[in-house]
Design a protein around this ligand. Structure first.
Ligand SMILES: Nc1ncnc2c1ncn2[C@@H]1O[C@H](COP(=O)(O)OP(=O)(O)O)[C@@H](O)[C@H]1O
Ligand SMILES: [Mg+2]
Length: 244
């Protein structure tokens, strides 16, 4: 696709020698669009995200960003390439304050972000007002919902071209989860490309521009939300290979 931003092409990857967790996986993320990825626990969704941002090197196939091969490039360089990852587990430093966590990614790159840092910081606090009251609190002392706000606020500070978001609504109240999905929509509307994994299949299908179904390390179906309309439940069960 001409306007593909981030792509995985025929990637096979795994953690241990000869066990392939991803098998010939191809997938694309486009600017301003949400690619949704659904599949059962253990299907390989998180592994796919880790491979996209360099924690795992593909055994074969490649990962490209804006057409450039970034396969296996060290994860700490991804921010310079415009790639950001919000993992399912926390990426916060629990003993650092909210303010320090927010500023950290850009502070370390003053040559690149020095001029925009203060403005971004002010904009971020406007956008995530719950954090304003908590700037000197330790990140680890925040509630689950506030920690998730801080994760998204960090991404907003960085303003990457592509954001990979793994299971953002896990453990959140329905109210906070709804807010999280609104942030994701807003990110996409601002032009960011999004890869979204969430166990709330209906939500992912409704808000994605393109949906991939993953089963046992392979993409077994893909299409637009319209393709997934109708009896979603039965279709997804079939695609996932659940025969009961
Ligand atoms: N660090 C790891 N080392 C070895 N195997 C792993 C590791 N992380 C995940 N796996 C295995 O990879 C497979 C896919 O896991 P994962 O990508 O977490 O699936 P999902 O995110 O779809 O639930 C599972 O069989 C899991 O046990
Ligand atoms: Mg996972």
């Amino acid at each position: 696709m001409a306007d593909t931003l981030l792509a995985m092409e025929d990637v096979t990857a795994g953690y241990l020698g000869d066990i392939d967790v991803l098998r010939k996986v191809s997938l694309a993320v486009r600017p301003g669009r949400i690619s949704g990825l659904i599949g059962l626990n253990g299907a390989g969704k998180s592994t796919l995200m880790k491979t996209l941002c360099g924690f795992l090197r593909p055994k074969s196939g490649r990962v490209t960003l804006a057409g450039r091969d970034i396969s296996g490039k060290a994860p700490h360089t991804m921010i310079d390439d415009g790639l950001w990852y919000i993992p399912q587990e926390s990426s916060l430093f629990p003993y650092m304050t909210v303010a320090e966590n927010l500023r950290l990614a850009l502070e370390g790159r003053r040559t690149q972000f020095g001029e925009v840092l203060e403005q971004r910081y002010a904009d971020t606090l406007e956008r995530f007002p719950v954090l304003k009251e908590k700037l000197s609190a330790r990140a680890g002392d925040l509630s689950g919902g506030q920690q998730k706000s801080l994760e998204f606020a960090k991404a907003f500070m960085v303003q990457p071209k592509v954001c990979l978001i793994d299971e953002p609504s896990v453990g959140l109240s329905p109210r906070v989860a709804a807010e999280v999905f609104q942030w994701i929509d807003a990110f996409a509307k601002s032009g960011m490309g999004i890869l979204l994994v969430d166990h709330n299949v209906r939500r992912v299908v409704a808000m994605s521009d393109h949906i991939y179904v993953m089963s046992l390390g392979e993409i077994t179906a893909e299409g637009s939300p319209e393709d997934f309309a109708g009896d979603l439940h039965a279709q997804v069960r079939e695609w996932l290979g659940i025969n009961f």
